[in-house]
Design a protein around this ligand. Structure first.
Ligand SMILES: Nc1ncnc2c1ncn2[C@@H]1O[C@H](COP(=O)(O)OP(=O)(O)OP(=O)(O)O)[C@@H](O)[C@H]1O
Ligand SMILES: [Mg+2]
Length: 236
C-alpha cells in the first residue's frame, strides 16, 4: 500500500484582496522527497508557500498534510503538523540572540531529534555567534539561523523560499551542502531558488509555475532531457 503524501495541495486558488494570483495549483511532496518549486519572478511561488503556511487564505482547494485536511489552519498548526518554514528574507527575530532565535519556536521531535547541539554541528558558525543579536549577523549567518530555527521545530518537511538569494558564492555552497546533508538523512524538502544547477543536483522532482498555475512537473531526469523547458518557463 502506498502511503499518503506528506503534503498535498489540491486545486488551490489564492491572492491578495481582489487580485487572484494562484489558479487551481496542485502538487504533492512525499516523505523523504526533495521537490523544487520553480518559475520566473512573480509567478506565484512565494504566494503558494504563504498560502500553504496559513499566512494567506486559500479561496478554493484543499491543503492536506499526512492526509489530514489543514485548509484554513493558522501558521502554528501547520508547524505543529510537521512543516518547517524558512521564509523569503529569513525573518529572524531581530531582538533575540542566535540562541534565543533557535529555541523561540522549538518543538520536541516526532523522531528526527533536532537539538541545539545538532543544529550547531550542522552550522558551526551559529555557535561562534551564539550571543549575537539577529541584525549583527551576515546574510549567510541569518539564513543558517532561519534554517536552524526551522529544524528546531523538528519538521517532517522543510520548506525554503529563496534558499540562497543574496548570499556570497561560498556561503551558497555551505547552504547547498547543508541541504544535501539533510536530504541524506531522509528529511523531505520543498525548495525555491534561482540556481537551476544546484536545484538539479539536490532534488528528485520539480514543480514549475507560470502565472499562478502549474505549468510542468517531472523528475530531474525529465527536466534535463528537455532543454526547451528551461527556456520556456525559467529563463528571463
Ligand atoms: N503583498 C502583495 N500584495 C499584492 N500583490 C502581491 C503581493 N505579493 C505578491 N503579489 C503579486 O503576486 C504575484 C506573485 O508574486 P509572488 O511573490 O508569489 O511571486 P514569486 O514567484 O515568489 O516571485 P519571485 O521569484 O520574484 O520571488 C505577483 O504578481 C506579485 O506582484
Ligand atoms: Mg518569491
Amino acid at each position: 500500500m502506498r502511503s499518503e503524501p506528506l503534503l498535498e495541495l489540491d486545486g488551490i486558488d489564492a491572492g491578495y484582496g481582489g487580485a487572484q494570483v494562484l489558479f487551481g495549483l496542485s502538487f504533492a511532496v512525499r516523505a523523504g522527497e526533495v521537490v523544487t518549486l520553480m518559475g520566473r519572478n512573480g509567478m506565484g511561488k512565494t504566494t503558494a508557500l504563504r498560502t500553504l503556511f496559513g499566512l494567506l487564505p486559500a479561496t478554493a482547494g484543499r491543503i492536506l498534510i499526512n492526509g489530514r485536511d489543514m485548509t484554513g489552519a493558522p501558521p502554528h498548526r501547520i508547524a505543529a503538523a510537521g512543516l518547517g518554514y524558512v521564509p523569503e528574507g529569513r525573518q529572524i527575530f531581530p531582538r533575540l540572540t542566535v540562541m534565543e532565535n533557535l529555541v523561540a519556536t522549538a518543538r520536541p521531535g516526532t523522531g528526527r531529534g533536532w537539538t541545539l547541539e545538532r543544529v550547531l554541528a550542522l552550522f558551526p558558525r551559529l555557535g561562534e555567534r551564539a550571543h549575537n543579536m539577529g541584525p549583527q549577523l551576515s546574510g549567510g549567518e541569518q539564513q543558517m539561523l532561519a534554517i536552524g530555527r526551522a529544524l528546531m521545530t523538528n519538521p517532517d518537511l522543510l520548506v525554503l523560499d529563496e534558499a540562497t538569494e543574496g548570499l556570497a558564492p561560498v556561503v551558497r555552497a555551505d547552504i547547498w551542502r547543508a541541504l544535501a546533508a539533510l536530504r541524506a538523512e531522509g528529511l523531505a524538502i520543498l525548495v525555491v531558488d534561482k540556481n537551476l544547477d544546484a536545484l538539479l543536483r539536490l532534488a528528485d522532482r520539480h514543480v514549475v509555475m507560470e502565472a499562478g498555475r502549474l505549468a510542468w512537473s517531472g523528475t530531474t531526469a525529465e527536466l534535463k532531457a528537455d532543454p526547451t523547458l528551461a527556456t520556456r518557463f525559467l529563463e528571463v
